[in-house]
Ligand binder design. Structure first.
Ligand SMILES: Cc1cc2nc3c(=O)[nH]c(=O)nc-3n(C[C@H](O)[C@H](O)[C@H](O)COP(=O)(O)O)c2cc1C
Ligand code: SF4
Length: 443
């Protein structure tokens, strides 16, 4: 553990036009690719395995182990697919990474493709972020011109094509099998597993799907070595990672630090909670894994710490809420998101999230009825584990965890509107006394 930042992926983000190939190369960019192409693919997989690079997309599965699941005897082509759908509330690390330094990701894509024997890789980017899609496309064009992509890369016999694909803006398309359906031109809905993508993924071929940050980390491991990577972090969670601080924080943003840093340490570097306020609750891993409170400021933010207190590291989206926030309102906003993003394939998720919104909306309005809170919990129990994918588990988890920590606020929803207890204008991040009145807006 440490209380200092370790910028690696974000080291060049402040550089002048960091996204240009020439500027990336000036900092040593694409040297890791040259090193990797001089090694056997199995050695690269071995290095990624020994580094214990765990997937940064939420589940923390070791990348090298995932790569070694690819069958050796399948005659179909192997595909690498990069997941840049990034739509979980509060999660905002992959899109800034691609925007600031698309070549970091691209170098990772080329090295990883070489390691797994892929000759056509796809980068699937959330549709709303057109500026990011354009930046990635421009980087791909530059890489083709410089001989980093295409036939005979850097004079070797390794060929690779890269396609940047724009999604249409659906959270469910971040789920890896829904992403594959979407990439194939179908409506994005999760597939039944098994078969897992490693065996039958894109076009029923062996496919590796990894998060942007996972793949972007690979060049640094190749350049600096396994010992360098494993010297950072904690026993089961090695290396550095991007933590995204948002919400009622004095200086929100990306903080790249060794795994295992705590929220207290990160907040110290971010100027703390906004002036004059205290932390009420926060998400360690985006909204899908549940909340923590100010009792948990010293939980190590690695794959074990949040899990020990009933939540998870997820996407390391640290959304912080101060005492002006209504837990009922925040819970309603989250569940409205999940209801909207439910793909509709299975009944508990599709119908259950709708009913949760109805109950939460009347509790927010102070019009709850006796038994509503038990109904919320009962519905949640009937959604979690009874649906097809983890979107539904996320819906149920946020409700159960909010009620667990703030039940009295939900009980107040039987008689008092949340906006009376927690006025809107006080909770907005830009709040200044009198600002709402001056603007002429109504709360
Ligand atoms: C509803 C839902 C949305 C998801 N969204 C993303 C996403 O935007 N980006 C991502 O990398 N993983 C997302 N995941 C996780 C992926 O299914 C998959 O585990 C991940 O891309 C694997 O990459 P990694 O092993 O490098 O972490 C999502 C999962 C679910 C259930
Ligand atoms: S759990 Fe929800 S999002 Fe997942 S497949 Fe079922 S309906 Fe779709």
């Amino acid at each position: 553990m440490t209380d200092t930042l370790t910028p690696v992926l974000s080291a060049n983000w402040g550089d002048e036009r960091a996204w240009k190939l020439s500027n990336y190369e000036r900092r040593g960019g694409y040297q890791a690719l040259r090193t990797a192409l001089g090694k056997a693919p199995a050695d690269i997989i071995g290095q990624v395995k020994n580094a214990n690079l765990r997937g940064r997309g939420g589940a923390g599965f070791p990348a090298g182990v995932k790569w070694s699941f690819l069958p050796k005897d399948n005659p179909n082509p192997v595909y690498l697919v990069v997941n840049c759908d990034e739509s979980e509330p509060g999660t905002c690390k992959d899109i800034p990474l691609v925007m600031a330094s698309p070549h970091t990701l691209l170098e990772g894509v080329i090295i990883s493709s070489y390691a797994v024997g892929c000759h056509h890789a796809f980068i699937y980017i959330r549709g709303e972020v057109l500026h990011v899609i354009r930046r990635m496309q421009q980087a791909v064009r530059e890489a083709y011109s410089a001989g980093y992509l295409g036939k005979g890369i850097l004079g070797t016999d390794f060929d690779l094509e890269v396609t940047v694909h724009a999604g249409a803006g659906a959270y469910i398309c971040g789920e890896e099998t829904a992403l594959l359906d979407s990439l194939e031109g179908r409506r994005g809905q999760p597939r039944l597993k098994p078969p897992f993508p490693a065996v039958a993924g894109l076009y029923a071929s062996p496919t590796v799907i990894n998060n942007v940050e996972t793949i972007a980390t690979v060049p640094s491991i190749i350049s600096n070595g396994v010992d360098w990577f494993t010297s950072m972090g904690t026993e089961n969670s090695r290396g550095m990672t991007l933590y995204s601080l948002s919400g009622h924080v004095a200086n929100p943003g990306q903080f790249e630090a060794p795994m295992g840093i705590t929220l207290r340490q990160l907040l110290d570097m971010a100027g703390g909670i906004r002036h004059g306020h205290q932390l009420k609750f926060w998400t360690p891993g985006g909204s899908s894994l549940g909340i923590l409170t100010d009792e948990h400021l010293d939980v190590p933010l690695d794959y074990d710490g949040p899990a020990k207190v009933g939540t998870g590291l997820g996407t390391k989206a640290l959304q912080c809420f101060d005492e002006t926030t209504s837990a009922v309102r925040a819970c309603l906003r989250y569940v409205e998101f999940y209801k909207h993003e439910s793909c509709g394939k299975c009944t508990p998720c599709r119908e259950g999230s709708w009913w949760l919104v109805q109950l939460l909306a009347r509790l927010e309005a102070g019009k709850g009825e006796p038994g509503d809170i038990d109904k919320l919990l009962d519905l949640s129990d009937n959604i979690a584990g009874r649906s097809f994918c983890a979107l539904a588990d996320g819906t149920a988890t946020i409700v159960k965890s909010m009620v667990n920590y703030f039940r009295p606020e939900f009980e107040a929803g039987l008689h008092t509107p949340a906006w009376e207890l927690f006025p809107y204008e006080k909770t907005t991040a830009w709040y200044r006394a009198g600002a709402v009145a001056e603007s002429g807006a109504t709360a």
